[in-house]
Write a protein that binds this ligand. Structure first.
Ligand code: FAS
Ligand code: PHB
Length: 409
């Protein structure tokens, strides 16, 4: 089979892969995106909702921020609710920054439209089965499309293929191969994993948002989150069992539980038709390193966070930004130092994101095995991080987003 050629082969048309493709194209570096699902599927996959300050700025700077600014919501703060009292965290006053509330699937739509308008290539229905020759100068992507086998020879492969993709396993194999071959600096892949004893039951409802900004609620029954998608659609979540059956949650039960958990003086939760329900498991996961030979992982392919800190989508775009900058320096300017340091640069920022997401989750959720002392610790955390200026600032600077390129700046 004769392999097609490209400079960068990108697996996955999620936020990481599409952001990488956009940034490379704007620097004049050719790439091909291979996506196993259809365009319609990826453009309608309901997921995240918050864009960090620098991620929103990156989209604007690269010509894909107009619809976000037109249809998204600018949020200068958020609310923590506990003991029936609301505590506002003022991002703008504490950090000078804000976040954008704009659905992930809308970002994906905008990135796909920009990619196609640039004349860039995205092949939908193209499932990558194997990444070959990772250690050599021309790795090859083997993929299936419309029943045929195809191959793409690349200078670089970016596995932006999510947690269930092929990239992480291929990278682990490449690292093992390097060790077996006696490469002095080779080490194996190391994974770090934490599962949580609960999940989120999420709904989309045809109900106007009941608040201007988000409300994160810590309640004796469990966590709840009030978010939104537009002036007429709300997005809400409640903590549930990790193996929760949606059939056990008719609409009425969902609304009653949300009303109890979000209750505070002067607040009434409006109810209405639920358009979509889903259960999202909670997990913290990191695999190190994020590169081997000419293969680089970005986004959920390398790390997962519980959605409490609204970091998954943002971490994926941040990896893509770091990788794009390193690839431009290497492929256009011949300077490979950024590529050599890619994994270290990303992991430094990722572990801080993992910490924040784990901390928000530990502070806000109900753990069945918690002792009375544990519960007092949670309460003290909530009291401190809402009453202390230093505490509120720490929460705000993590929520609006750490610098995209880390210490590199
Ligand atoms: P993605 O998983 O988005 O994209 C990977 C792409 O690669 C997919 O389109 C997949 O089809 C494709 N792919 C995989 N294997 C392939 C192969 N072999 N060949 C070709 N293509 C392949 N984050 C938040 O911040 N807030 C939230 O509320 C939130 N909710 C979530 C709810 C759910 C159900 C899930 C699963 C995740 C949620 N996340 C949330 C996290 C989510 O937003 C991810 O962090 C984000 O999608 C990561 O983007 P990517 O790394 O691009 O991976
Ligand atoms: C969302 O609107 O989907 C959302 C917002 C904030 C989070 C998680 C999800 O922390």
């Amino acid at each position: 089979m004769t392999a097609r050629q490209t400079r960068v082969g990108i697996i996955g048309a999620g936020p990481a892969g599409l952001a990488l493709a956009l940034l490379l194209e704007r620097a004049g570096i050719e790439s091909v995106v291979l996506e196993r699902h259809t365009r319609e599927y990826v453009e309608n996959r309901i997921r995240a909702g918050i864009l960090e300050y620098e991620v929103a700025e990156l989209l604007r700077a690269n010509g894909v921020g107009a619809r976000m600014d037109r249809e998204g919501f600018r949020h200068a703060g958020t609310n923590l609710l506990f003991d029936g009292a609301l505590h506002h965290i003022d991002f703008a006053a504490l950090t000078g920054k804000h976040v954008m509330l704009y659905s992930q699937h809308e970002v994906v739509r905008d990135l796909i439209a920009a990619r196609l308008a640039q004349g860039g290539e995205i092949r939908f229905g193209a499932e990558v089965a194997e990444i070959a020759a990772i250690g050599g100068p021309r790795p090859v992507l083997h993929w299936r499309e419309a029943g045929g086998e195809r191959a793409l020879a690349c200078e670089i492969v970016a596995a932006c293929d999510g947690f269930h993709g092929v990239g992480r396993a291929a990278l682990a194999g490449a690292l093992t191969g390097a060790m077996d071959a006696g490469a002095l600096d080779a080490g194996g892949m190391e994974s770090f994993d934490r599962a949580y004893p609960f999940a989120w039951l999420g709904i989309l409802a045809a109900v106007p948002p009941a608040k201007e900004e988000l409300v994160y609620a810590s309640h004796a029954e469990g966590f709840a989150l009030l978010s939104m998608r537009s002036a007429t659609v709300s997005r809400l979540y409640l903590q549930c069992a990790p193996d929760e059956l949606l059939s056990a949650w008719p609409d009425g039960r969902i609304w009653e539980a949300l009303a109890r958990r979000l209750a505070h003086p002067g607040f009434t939760l409006p109810t209405g038709p639920i358009l979509q329900k889903s259960v999202t498991p909670m997990r913290s996961f990191v695999s190190e390193p994020m590169q081997a030979g000419r293969l680089f992982l970005a986004g959920d392919a390398a790390h997962i966070v519980p959605p409490t800190g609204a970091k998954g989508l943002n971490a994926a775009v941040a990896d893509a930004a770091v990788l794009a900058r390193a690839l431009v320096r290497a492929l256009r300017d011949g300077d490979e130092r950024g590529l050599a340091g890619y994994s270290a640069t990303c992991l430094d920022r990722i572990w801080k994101i993992e910490r924040f997401s784990w901390w928000m989750t530990a502070m806000m959720h109900r753990f069945a095995d918690h002792s009375a002392f544990d519960r007092r610790m949670q309460h003290a955390e909530l009291e401190y991080y809402t009453s202390s200026l230093a505490g509120r600032t720490a929460l705000a600077e993590n929520y609006v987003g750490l610098p995209l390129y880390g210490e590199e700046g």
